[in-house]
Design a protein around this ligand. Structure first.
Ligand code: URA
Length: 234
């Protein structure tokens, strides 16, 4: 059981002060009865809370899939550049979501956002060994020998990249898919560079078996479904 004002400030974009105002104006009902006090206790799992005729279902955490466009930093704020949370509709912002991992400013595609620290921790954990799949366009065609180069892992100044998979589009070998199980700084670009190619375009298309929704336009966000969360054991 939690206080009505906590219920509404967790689950909807209202401050505690706004909840006081709403209750005063008799705009809030609990199980069909007008709420009289903000400190009344409600059962967040069973009670039926409405504000101005809108049902507010309780939840503390959100899990979002964003199709990240180029030009945005994977951050919650920045002094100079636009950040991915700028792309979120108002209804999600009060949950204070943050990006799970990072994509470069010029990388597009699948980025998850949440306000659940444990979910973030689980997905970022190296022991999870979660593959991230990227589509890349290169300045030069990839060749068969590059596949072995990626599969062998690569030594970099500050880390050793684990074995990665490279898939070459037979119709156009400048188009490739790269799968890595880490997410070190500029990792895909640096691995391609080691093979003598420059990445001209990069898009993340999957994290583990969660694929970027092909119906989700670039710059748009939607909530993960229960089935998608279950992929990560959530
Ligand atoms: N590798 C990169 O080089 N950039 C990204 O944004 C993600 C992976």
């Amino acid at each position: 059981m939690i206080r009505l004002d906590k219920y509404l400030s967790d689950a909807a974009p209202y401050s505690r002060k706004e909840v006081r105002e709403l209750v005063k104006r008799k705009a809030v009902t609990v199980n069909g009865v007008i709420a009289g006090k903000v400190d009344m206790k409600v059962d967040e799992n069973r009670d039926n809370v409405w504000v101005n005729g809108k049902n507010i279902v309780y939840r503390k955490f959100i899990y979002l899939m964003l199709n990240k466009p180029q030009g945005y930093l994977s951050a919650t704020e920045d002094d100079r550049d636009p950040v991915v949370v700028d792309l979120l509709p108002e209804e999600y912002r009060h949950f204070a979501p943050f990006p799970v991992g990072r994509l470069d400013k010029d990388t597009e595609g699948l980025l998850l956002l949440t306000n659940d620290g444990q979910f973030d921790h689980e997905l970022m954990s190296p022991r999870k060994n979660l593959y991230k799949r990227y589509y890349a366009e290169l300045d030069l065609p990839a060749v068969e020998a590059d596949i072995g180069l990626f599969a062998a892992g690569m030594e970099f100044r500050e880390f050793t990249a684990r074995p990665a998979r490279l898939e070459i589009d037979p119709a156009d070998p400048r188009k490739v898919y790269v799968e890595i199980s880490e997410g070190k700084y500029h990792q895909v670009k640096r691995m391609c560079e080691r093979a003598g190619k420059k990445v001209l375009f990069l898009k993340r298309v999957a994290i583990g078996s969660l694929e970027l929704d092909k119906e989700l336009p670039c710059g748009q966000v939607r909530e993960l479904t229960a089935a998608e969360l279950a992929i990560f054991g959530w």
